[in-house]
Design a binder for this molecule. Structure first.
Ligand code: PAF
Length: 277
């Protein structure tokens, strides 16, 4: 496994590889969820490239950026074991030698859910992902479905910018208690960590209510189930058209409906989602 800090080096080596290069962009603090992306990439591509970069332009909260876990040595050991070929781990100056002022048209997919709550977040994701694609030049890129809105936005970007990369969405990985794996889980207090599996339990309860209960009743019940724990506060629970991310009012309003939730657990925000139909 080769590790690079300079974009010109990784560009040259990745560009010299024969066959299909698959790419897994990450912000490090790797867990089983990331490793499942690497393993899928390994099984489908000739070269596996991974990036580790905590991207400042996608953090609207300075404290969140400061506290984001950074575990480079452990990450590299995990990636070596997982069979990665190339790792790109730049510093901020390398990624952004000058401020990135690009503003992307995200087709309104950023007007809902995480968008208004985290102003600038998805534009920052678009900045870093397009730059990483440009440097690594992958034919395929792997993203987790836990960040459902991010995945929809990246698919939109690739389509509208005509980028020559196939986006592969990979299922959410969960702990034995149902909590969706996330680097932020490590920042939960023990009490919040113990409460957090109620989020997935509430999502499952919602799915079981369909179609006998209305969308509004189901949405209310999911939020109430989460908020029944005093350590959890639902920021939103939206039942959305899985393609447009627009809220639906009835079960037959969209061919595919996703339930997306954001929950505050003390200082930490957790997001999760589940397919309703
Ligand atoms: O999902 C993430 O970890 C990040 O948003 C990504 C895609 C690596 C961009 O920084």
């Amino acid at each position: 496994m080769q590790v690079f800090a300079k974009s010109s080096d990784v560009k040259e080596i990745a560009g010299s590889k024969k066959g299909v290069t698959g790419f897994v962009p990450t912000m490090g603090a790797l867990h089983e969820g990331h490793l499942s992306l690497v393993s899928r990439c390994r099984s489908e591509c000739d070269t596996v490239a991974v990036s580790i970069f905590v991207n400042p332009t996608q953090f609207n909260d300075k404290n969140d950026l400061k506290n984001y876990p950074r575990t480079l040595e452990a990450d590299l050991a995990l990636l070596e074991q997982a069979g990665a070929d190339l790792v790109f781990a730049p510093d901020e100056k390398e990624m952004y030698p000058a401020p990135d002022t690009r503003v992307f048209d995200l087709g309104g997919l950023d007007d809902v859910m995480e968008g208004p709550l985290r102003p600038g977040h998805f534009n920052g994701v678009a900045q870093v992902v397009t730059r990483l694609f440009e440097i690594v030049g992958p034919q395929r890129a792997y993203f987790g479905e836990k960040d459902f809105q991010q995945l929809a936005i990246i698919r939109h970007l690739v389509r509208t910018l005509g980028l020559p990369v196939e986006i592969v969405g990979c299922p959410i990985r969960r702990g034995g208690d149902g909590l969706a794996l996330s680097s932020r889980n490590a920042l939960l207090t023990p009490a919040h960590r113990a409460a957090a599996p109620k989020i997935y339990a509430a999502l499952q309860k919602g799915v079981a209510m369909m179609p006998d209960h209305s969308v509004a009743e189901t949405a209310r019940a999911v939020a109430e189930a989460i908020d029944s724990d005093p350590l959890l506060q639902t920021e939103y629970f939206n039942l959305v058209d899985a393609a447009t991310l627009r809220s639906v009012g009835a079960w037959d309003e969209a061919p595919a409906i996703q339930g997306c939730v954001a929950v505050r657990a003390g200082e930490i925000r957790l997001i999760d989602n589940i397919r309703f139909k």
